[in-house]
Design a protein around this ligand. Sequence first.
Ligand SMILES: *Cc1c(COP(=O)(O)O)cnc(C)c1O
Length: 383
Amino acid sequence: MFESLIRFVREQYRTNEFIPLHAPVFNGRERDCVIDTIDTTFVSSVGAYVDRFERDVATYTGSARAIATVNGTAALHVALRLAGVQAGDLVLTQPLTFVATCNAIAYGGAEPVFIDVDRGTLGLSPIALEAWLSERAFIDDAGCCRLKAGLRPIRVCLPVHTFGHPADLDGLLGVCQRWNLFLIEDAAAAVGSFYKGRHTGTFGRLGVLSFNGNKIITTGGGGMLLADDALGTRAKHLTTTAKQPHPYEYIHDELGYNYRLPNLNAALGCAQLEQLERFISQKRKLAARYATELNGSALQFVTEPMGCRSNYWLNAVLCEDRMQREALLTATNAAGVMTRPAWQLMNRLPMYHDCLRGALDNAEWLEARVVNLPSSVLPDGLV
Ligand SMILES: *Cc1c(COP(=O)(O)O)cnc(C)c1O
């Protein structure tokens, strides 16, 4: 089974070797930029590449500010703190995500609430969100959204642009406005994905990007906070140990973090960012070929939502049922073509098992059917 799909993937990458899900590609100035940090000795927390990487990402995304961090999880942690989330708060998010989304919530003593996703976008459903809030929450006299039972504050909504496909941002912005919620976008996987012409991560008050090794461009490990001027200044302060500028004294005026991206990593990021648009055009070509190849087959290829330009970070198909999913995963991995199921839903993990949740029909439906296919940028010359 699935021999033709396996043959098709091998034809794309022109190799009989193991084909990974997503491998980084270093065809640009990466080597020169990284060596430059060694030659100048500026490998660590100070250096010109960090400033340049932040400036370049801000320009590319259209964000007022971009603050580099050691990884995407750290950026999420700081974003939640900037949003005023406190221990005991509830944070609205989706169960279909990488565990980092929920871990960042839990680090500050808050708890995720799991709301269903849309089958079309794979992202948080504004309809499910509105329905859950109408049933379970109210807005108090001070304007704070609270759970009716127990009055716990609900300050933040944290949707995810799953596999790089933009969520329904217009719908989510509407719900957040009605319920006085602070929107943070987990755009970790969505670098280069645009919703109605604007970069994902710039619709909420804060947005988070990741440059981990498996993402569309990488700094080895790294992340970025997208923010306005005021929150950007606060973010920079918190991620650099909350140190006040002074000619010689060490003055730290609040609890800060050592979350700043090293210059060594930023150098890699600068060189990768120069190639992002080329990577995306190659990945979109690959996605179009998958779509054509699978047209009329039992596997339904997941395409970008209307009005969006997705980066197609991870290509995905929907199987007919869980049995077919197992068969596809078994056959492809046995043949050296790496495929993976979607993440186990967060509400199944022991640490999030008892969290509040709405009906999760779509998330469960997707969990049983989604398989990610090899999605690396095609080697030069094979496009
Ligand atoms: C990769 C990822 C993260 C975490 O980013 P790191 O840089 O690996 O810490 C968070 N959320 C989602 C949806 C991701 O895909």
